[in-house]
Structure formats: C-alpha cells, structure tokens
Design a protein around this ligand. Structure first.
Ligand code: AMP
Length: 434
C-alpha cells in the first residue's frame, strides 16, 4: 500500500514548531485580554448558505475555494473558509448583539481550496477579532491599534506596513459599481476572460487583478474616491486622525478591495515584503451590513483576521523567535542501573516542588552518553544523574548542566530538591504562562 500522506496544502504542525505556535497564541491572548475582548468558539462546519450569503456569491472563496458537501442527511454544509460569518451567526443566534456592544476574538483552522504555495495553504489558521455595536471610527482605530500592539509584543514593531483604503458605504459602492461596470464594458476587449465575466456580477474584484492587460485597465479606471459620500469621507478622515494620534503610520492603497463582499468604509491590511507573494499577514475592516444581511437587526461591526502560518514564517524569516518560543525541559533525570523507582519518586518530588517547571525522567535505560544526548535534544537546563550499582539506589546524585553554566556537584537525594531549586532560580521557567 502506498504510504499515507497528508492532503496537499494541509500541514502537520510538528513538536519543534508548536512552542512557537503556543508563543503566538499566548501573546495574542495577552493582547486581546489587555483590550477587554472575550473569546468565542464556533463550529468548523456551517451551512453552506451562511458563507454564500455573507462572503458573496461572486468571490473566489465561494465560487471555487470552499470545501462543500452534502452530508448523509442531505444537508449542504461547508468547512469554514473564514471566521467572521460563523462569529456573526453564533452571536446573532444567541442574542449577544441585542442592544449590546460586544468585543470578541477567536482562533482556529480555516479551509480554502487554493493552489498551495509558501504562505498559502488549504488548511490554515487565523486569529480574529470582531467588535459589534459601535458605529464610529473609534472602534476601527481600536482594532487596528490592537493588531499593532500584538506586533509590538512579538517584536515586530515597525516590521509590518499598514495599508488602508476607503471603499465607501453600501450606497457609494452601488453608484461606483455602476460607473466602474460601464467603464470596464467600454474596455472589455483589453481584459482577461475571468475579469470580463465579473463586469456585471462583481466589478470591484477586477481592480485587484494581477493579469497585466487587466491591471492596466484597472489602473486607469475611475477612482472610488470620486464616488464617496461626505459621511464616508468624514469617517475615514476621523479614523486617520485617530491613527495619527496613536502613532500608527499607514499608507493609502486605492486598489485594496479585499476578497470578501461584506466590507464598507475602511478596509486594511498589514503587509510585509519579507514573505514573497503572500505578503498579507492580517486583513480586516468594517462590515456594517453583514448582521442585517444574515437576518439580524442592523448592527455596526469591525474586525480583522491574522494568518498564523504567515506570522510564524515571518518570525522565522526575520530571525525574531525568542528563547521562550523554543521548547526546553527544565530538569532531566539520567537514570543508570536499576534505579527506576527512586528516580521516578525523585522526579515526582521535583514536580510537586516546582509545578511550573518541566521535569523529564528518562525511561527505557540506555548508556550515559545516549541519555545525555536525549537531554541535549530536550535542551534541558539541569541534569540530575542517578547511578544505581550493586548496593541499590545511590545516596547521592550528581547535578550538572549541559553548557557549563554551573560547576557539577554531588548532593544527597534529600538535598536534591533544594539544590535543583537554587539552580533553577538562575533561569526563568521554560513555559512562562504556567
Ligand atoms: P482573509 O480572511 O482572506 O481576509 O485573510 C486574512 C489573513 O489570513 C490573510 O492576511 C492571511 O494572512 C491569512 N490567509 C488567508 N488565506 C490564507 C491561506 N490560504 N493560507 C494561509 N494564510 C491565509
């Protein structure tokens, strides 16, 4: 039988990488906590029509990237391609939006059947925030500031560029869409077939085309700015002023349209040149129409989603992975000869004395050199070497480090816990969140 392999574009996150993922998760949780956002968890699978109605029928995601099935009961269901739709559905279904503001966050796997390449996968993971019930630009500024605070916490301050665009209100977009459609029709023979097929259904998507001929036509298209209502202009100007006051720099990108239909007013992306073609690490904006579109009462809303794989890649590429984002054991017991019972008993006492520390007691025996090699693999801080001979378990154990940070020393088994405690006080816990 052929060797079983993961599905293309779906990654295993291996133990060597999970410490970094945990670091990203812990830092994100600390950031959203500091802004008073609360976690929401919702299913990986929803009714297909939820995504069709929210993301938009004529978007890449809905047209060709969703994993959609008919289950054995005949229900049409899809793996979630993004989090906003499910978050709105859950919040609305449970009455969280009724006459109330909500600041929510989520994390988890998303699924899109895209062509896999570096930074683009079919199962990927996002952190997201969604804020409901706040109509002014202050909440747009807050979610952007929250994302900036997260970059700073990760040591990425100044490493990402904030791109902004004003895509106007729903009415502005209707007027602009009409004008854009007419313009595109007048130059239909210069653009590619895919773009042509969208002239009527979703002309905005033509604006971020990468096809050279279409790109030229898109670059010369009438500008959205000419169709913006005074309210849209004022909202955007106020947001930019708030960002300026917060010390967050941005650049304007008039061709930033985002791949999802539900946005209005301000959309944004945090991007980097360090990841090649897949340079968007975070995308978001305001989506005031979505709650009503899904059957709720009109509710202003804004949010963003961060791609966790791209963030992990960026930290690796920029060599910004801090020591606490790498796995290491605090204590490793090397057990030579028939000393299992006393070694495991000592390990138990160490774990009880230092509950925030990791204590690995070697199992399965092996020569000294082999066991030290395993301790290296665990990047252990303190080695406790216990050697049992003919006379049974030893009265003393040896404490040593792998990097000569301290002089090796012999201590009695009874002194061991206190002595290890002293040595551990020289280094912070491997897992600081415990
Ligand atoms: P979106 O939900 O399309 O607004 O994307 C938000 C963020 O999720 C992007 O900026 C990326 O960082 C990330 N992302 C989107 N699609 C993928 C994918 N196929 N693979 C990896 N990350 C993705």
């Amino acid at each position: 039988m052929a060797r079983l392999q993961a599905i293309r574009g779906m990654n295993d996150i291996l133990p060597d990488q999970t410490a970094l993922w945990q670091h990203l998760e812990d830092s994100f949780r600390a950031t959203v906590d500091s802004f008073g956002y609360r976690e929401i968890r919702f299913p990986l699978i929803e009714q297909t029509r939820l995504f069709r109605r929210s993301i938009g029928e004529v978007t890449d995601i809905v047209e060709k990237e969703m994993y959609s099935f008919e289950d054995s009961g005949g229900d049409h269901i899809s793996l979630r391609p993004e989090g906003t739709a499910g978050c709105v559905r859950a919040a609305e279904q449970h009455g969280l939006l009724y006459n109330r503001q909500q600041r929510l966050w989520y994390q988890g796997a998303m699924f899109r059947r895209e062509r896999p390449q570096k930074g683009r996968y079919r199962q990927f993971h996002q952190f997201g925030v969604e804020a409901f019930g706040m109509a002014g630009p202050d909440i747009d500024a807050e979610v952007i500031e929250l994302s900036a605070a997260y970059w700073r916490r990760l040591g990425l301050g100044g490493k990402l560029k904030l791109e902004l665009n004003n895509i106007g209100s729903a009415e502005d977009r209707k007027r602009y869409g009409g004008a854009l459609g007419e313009y595109l029709l007048s130059r239909a023979d210069e653009i590619d077939a895919a773009a042509r097929s969208r002239i009527h259904s979703n002309p905005f998507r033509v604006l971020d085309s990468k096809h050279p001929g279409t790109r030229k036509v898109a670059d010369e298209a009438p500008a959205m700015a000419e169709y913006l209502s005074p309210e849209s202009v004022a909202h955007y100007a106020a947001l930019k002023e708030l960002l300026r006051a917060a010390g967050i720099r941005h650049i304007e990108n008039p061709s930033l349209v985002r791949g999802l239909d539900y946005y209005n007013y301000c959309v944004f992306e945090w991007t980097t040149d360090a990841l090649g073609a897949q340079g968007a690490v975070c995308g978001g904006g305001r989506y005031d129409g979505l709650v009503a579109q899904l059957g709720g009462r009109p509710t202003p809303a804004a949010g963003f989603a961060i791609g966790i794989e791209r963030l992990a890649l960026l930290l690796e590429t920029l060599d910004r992975i801090p020591p606490e984002a790498q796995f290491r054991a605090d204590v490793c017991l090397v057990v030579l000869g028939p000393a299992t019972t006393v070694a495991q008993e000592l390990a138990r006492r160490l774990r009880e004395a230092f509950p925030a520390r990791s204590v690995v007691c070697q199992c399965g025996g092996g020569k000294y050199a082999q066991q030290v090699k395993r301790a290296y693999d665990l990047r252990a801080d303190v080695l406790v070497v216990m050697e049992a001979g003919e006379g049974g378990p030893p009265a003393e154990v040896k404490l040593r480090s792998l990097d000569e940070r301290f002089e090796p020393r012999m201590v009695t088994r009874d002194q061991c816990v206190a002595a290890v405690g002293e040595l551990l006080s020289l280094s912070p816990p491997a897992r600081q969140d415990l």
